[in-house]
Design a protein around this ligand. Structure first.
Ligand SMILES: Nc1ncnc2c1ncn2[C@@H]1O[C@H](COP(=O)(O)OP(=O)(O)OP(=O)(O)O)[C@@H](O)[C@H]1O
Ligand SMILES: [Mg+2]
Length: 244
């Protein structure tokens, strides 16, 4: 199977001298739920941000499908890569529908962006995506009137209409209560399975990682410490990951 995301010996060094990633080699596959674990500052967010070009590697290469992630390819890359954040990153005063339609902007021209005139097919996609996340009846509510869990569902629907190859989720449940976290994780995994796109999540909660991850990647000080199925992972490996 062809990987959807590939890291070839990626090192990321920031101008302040911090090495956030150190010679990382990883491949991610369609429909696979991969969870990245590691202590604060390990390089988890940098790993995700490099996939959609929000950061560039200092050395090494990253590709999404057959496309190299380079500044010249950013627009094409971002079409293929959806992103879900801890703080949802929605446009507060717009409707739920308008926020979901933002996921179609990469497919549309400048006039659509300026005047927000989307074709009927985009509205149909958005309605389907909202139904899939259980918000079919909230399309015309203002998004900032929704609860945190509901807002995260809108953010997920926005990635669904993007019809990309991979969804990146950086601490998607860190701002949510435990029951809502489970709902959001269930939805993310269901969408990965139904659409066949890859799902790469950064999580702080080891219990959620073991419950949902088909593959757990441990990162510490920018170096991959392990990359295993949850069933092959020992408690000692997890303890060592978080040990100072
Ligand atoms: N723009 C930047 N400039 C300088 N250093 C940075 C920048 N972004 C991240 N870093 C540093 O790179 C390292 C990795 O950061 P990163 O945000 O990837 O960690 P993380 O694993 O996501 O941590 P957390 O769990 O706290 O979110 C940290 O030492 C961080 O301070
Ligand atoms: Mg982070």
């Amino acid at each position: 199977m062809q990987p959807i995301v590939r890291f070839g010996n990626v090192t990321k060094r920031f101008p302040n001298g911090v090495t956030a990633l150190n010679e990382v080699n990883l491949e991610f596959f369609p429909g696979q739920v991969a969870v990245v674990l590691g202590p604060s500052g390990a390089g988890k967010s940098t790993l995700l941000r490099i996939i959609n070009g929000l950061e560039s590697p200092t050395t090494g290469t990253v590709s999404v499908g057959d496309l190299a992630v380079t500044p010249a390819n950013h627009r094409a890359v971002r079409k293929r890569v959806g992103m879900v954040f801890q703080q949802f990153n929605l446009v507060p005063r717009l409707s739920v529908m308008a926020n979901v339609l933002c996921g179609r902007l990469a497919y549309r021209n400048i006039w659509t962006s300026l005047f927000f005139t989307f074709p009927a097919s985009d509205f149909e996609l958005a309605e389907k995506a909202l139904a899939a996340v259980g918000l079919g009846d909230r399309a015309w509510d203002r998004v900032d009137k929704l609860s945190g869990g509901q807002q995260q569902r809108v953010a997920i629907a926005r990635t669904v209409v993007q019809q990309g190859a991979v969804i990146l989720a950086d601490e998607p449940v860190a701002s949510l209560d435990p029951a809502t976290s489970i709902e959001i994780m269930d939805i993310l995994v269901k969408i990965a399975k139904e659409t066949g796109c890859g799902l790469i999540l950064n999580l702080h909660q080891v219990d959620l990682a073991l419950k949902y991850g088909e593959r757990i990647i441990g990162i510490k000080r920018g170096v991959v410490q392990f990359d295993s199925k949850p069933s092959d992972l020992g408690e000692d490996q997890i303890a060592a990951l978080y040990a100072a």
